[in-house]
Write a protein that binds this ligand. Structure first.
Ligand code: HEM
Length: 198
């Protein structure tokens, strides 16, 4: 449930503080790493950190990154979100690492089963995360970079499956409400682009 207010806040921040986010991106990445490490260390001690550890905040960042790709190119929302998309994808991945490591540790000590639908998208996200940084991106050709980014669609589908499998009742409905319109809009957008190119 908390994902909805998180998404709204992040969209508002993108719209009204986008320039500031871009300008301070390195500081924000460092702050995210600190938050990720601290929340990982304190994961079982402080209840209020639950949204960070459970993946809700990381998911909200990624959801915006994902949904931007389905928006109409000339819409004002698309322009605002596109301007901070890279920053949100990097921060989202860093924050999700806490969640991933928590459950990997629980698996390794034998407290939990292996969460395939969480681990596979997370592993695919690693090269996407690394190549999000401008310095690395510049070392690749546009074609290779674009090809690699296509893997994000597999990530989105697998995350959706992960959420459907692990969430309960209301949250499961919320994930359906969030993801299904994205898949529909994205297919429509791609179909229109394909028609235009023809
Ligand atoms: C790829 C990115 C991932 C995202 C966006 C994500 C997101 C989430 C979210 C939002 C929840 C809470 C669902 C709810 O209760 O409504 C969740 C639960 C869970 N995730 Fe992930 N996750 C990811 C990767 C992983 C990985 C890598 C693992 C394992 C190593 C994992 C293991 C789990 C488990 C075990 C639960 C259920 C926890 C419980 O019993 O309450 N997830 N995930």
């Amino acid at each position: 449930m908390i994902v909805i207010p998180f998404i709204i806040i992040l969209v508002l921040l993108a719209k009204y503080r986008g320039k500031w986010i871009r300008k301070n991106n390195t500081k924000l990445y460092i702050a995210s790493v600190v938050v990720a490490i601290v929340t990982f260390i304190l994961r079982d001690k402080i209840k209020i950190l639950e949204p960070f550890i459970q993946g809700f905040l990381g998911l909200s960042f990624l959801y915006i990154v994902m949904f931007t790709g389905a928006l109409r190119k000339k819409s004002t929302l698309y322009v605002s979100l596109m301007s901070i998309r890279r920053e949100y994808s990097i921060i989202g991945f860093i924050l999700l690492s806490t969640h991933a490591f928590r459950y990997l540790v629980e698996f390794l000590i034998g407290d939990r089963g292996f969460e395939w639908f969480g681990v596979i998208p997370f592993v695919i996200m690693i090269p996407l995360f690394i190549t999000s940084f401008m310095k690395i991106r510049k070392m690749m050709s546009v074609k290779t970079w674009n090809k690699l980014q296509q893997l994000a669609y597999i990530v989105y589908i697998l995350i959706f499956v992960h959420l459907l499998l692990v969430a309960e009742n209301l949250n499961r409905i919320i994930y359906i409400v969030l993801f299904v319109p994205y898949f529909i809009l994205k297919v429509i957008k791609e179909y229109k682009l394909y028609k235009e190119k023809k």
